[in-house]
Write a protein that binds this ligand. Structure first.
Ligand code: S3P
Length: 437
């Protein structure tokens, strides 16, 4: 669907974003490995997480009860499982749809299970690299094959006896790390994984809560996991920081704004955006910090700020990887030049987010140069209207909405429904705070 947006007069209000997508996938997948029953609250009813609900259901997890909120955006679930060794063999493909996290974590699960299965995805996921998962799983003894030598979906797995390995990850990826940690649960001996930089740690946090022995050597970025079957636990999912990001950036760049975002997960492996924006000069305050299921949670308050350009590169990149298109939008409104480097991973997300961000922002009149591993954004350019395409990528549809807050002209977003992947009610929330009166 095409959506037409005009710059609002003000951008003010209180927002509660859907539950954290990364934590929601893990709450279902990790709990399914154990046996018993668990309550999952604030589960986001987004396309990606519903795909996980379906996939784990096919493998044997039961939904005992589900109460959906009046907007249909989140639900409280009671789930029941008999554990990984009782998984049912699916009669057809497990469909990961658009979700890299679901596909990659599932490959880790299936490798050490007692069943065979094939995991497929939509056109975008079918182009995303899987060799990074398939190769180390093969080293662990997995029986796993895919298109082009295991590089692309569909990927077929025949459960096997795995052994622990000592593996240096070539890229900082929480999806890769999580797939190997999960496979390590059913391997013989310990599995040791070293990350080049720290990526989100929800899998480690949850597994520790589930009684699994996970040792984190922070100086070397090494994680050592012992095999075991996780205990099922209740999970209260905090609001998604990545879905809070458009309100944070929008609130900073619009010249008449004040936005409060409630109960957001602020795990520091996710909040590189806050560090970057503060360095750019943003007014951000964090209030009422508590903890939900071992994850820190807080309200975030932002208001119109004067930003300046900075350099963004190195170890911070995995801590803000999904927020980079929004950072590029913010940089168009900053004084001076912003450079983003070491972010080649953006090219293999739901779309090529470097190429697509450069095309879209230039179309609105900004000056943005494409680099192999990032981009250079020349700031304080006036943005005009234009027609932008989400390219079916939820993070881009949302970033283009934020760009419309500072564009002097009509911004048309084609394929705006892509937001359903992570944030089903994004457009109603947006129209509620973007006031044209
Ligand atoms: C995710 C990890 C990140 C992120 C993705 C979700 C996760 O991907 O981009 O949206 O839930 O583990 P990589 O780990 O591949 O960088």
């Amino acid at each position: 669907m095409d959506l037409s947006l005009l710059k609002p007069k003000s951008f003010k209000g209180e927002i509660k974003t859907p539950g954290d997508k990364s934590i929601a996938h893990r709450a279902l997948i990790l709990n399914s490995l154990g046996s018993g029953q668990a309550n999952i609250s604030n589960f986001p009813r987004a396309q990606d997480t519903i795909a996980t609900l379906k996939a784990m259901g096919t493998l044997g997890m039961d939904i005992v009860q589900e109460s959906i909120d009046s907007k249909g955006v989140s639900s409280n679930l009671v789930i029941k499982s008999s554990g990984i060794n009782s998984f049912k063999e699916p009669s057809s493909y497990l469909d990961a749809q658009n979700s890299g996290t679901l596909m990659r974590l599932l490959l880790g699960v299936l490798s050490g299970s007692l069943i065979s299965a094939v995991v497929s995805g939509d056109a975008s996921l079918s182009k995303r690299p899987m060799g990074r998962i398939v190769q180390p799983l093969k080293l662990m003894g997995a029986n796993i094959e895919g298109e082009a030598g295991g590089e692309f979906p569909p990927i077929s797995v025949e459960g096997a006896k795995l052994k622990g390995i000592n593996y240096d990850m070539p890229i900082a990826s929480a999806q890769l790390k999580s797939a190997l940690l999960i496979a390590g649960l059913s391997a013989e001996g310990k599995t040791q994984i070293t990350e080049p930089n720290i990526s989100r740690n929800h899998t480690e946090n949850m597994l520790i809560d589930m009684g699994i022995h996970v040792h984190n050597e922070s100086i070397t970025n090494k994680i050592i996991i012992s095999p075991g079957i996780p205990n099922m636990i209740d999970v209260e999912i905090p609001s998604d920081f990545s879905s809070a990001a458009p309100w944070i950036v929008g609130g900073l760049i619009h010249d008449d704004s004040e936005i409060v975002i409630k109960d957001v997960g602020i795990n520091e492996t996710r909040t590189g955006l806050l560090d970057v924006l503060r360095e750019m000069g943003a007014k951000i305050s964090i209030e009422q910090t508590t903890e939900n299921s071992k994850e820190p949670v807080a309200d975030i308050i932002v208001s119109s700020s004067d930003l300046k350009g900075i350099e963004i590169q190195g170890e911070i990149i995995p801590r803000l990887i999904d927020e980079l298109p929004l950072i590029a939008v913010a940089a168009t409104q900053a004084e001076g030049i912003t450079t983003i480097r070491d972010a080649a991973e953006l090219r293999v997300k739901e779309s090529d987010r470097i190429k697509n961000t450069v095309i879209a922002l230039n179309r609105l009149g900004a000056r943005v140069e494409e680099q192999d591993d990032g981009m250079v954004i020349y700031g304080k350019g006036k943005l005009k209207g234009g027609i932008l395409n989400s390219e079916g990528d939820h993070r881009l549809a949302i970033a283009w909405a934020v760009a419309s807050l500072v564009s002097d002209g009509e911004v048309v977003i084609q394929d705006s429904d892509a937001t359903q992947v992570s944030y089903p009610n994004f457009w109603s929330d947006f129209l509620a705070v973007a006031s044209t009166n």
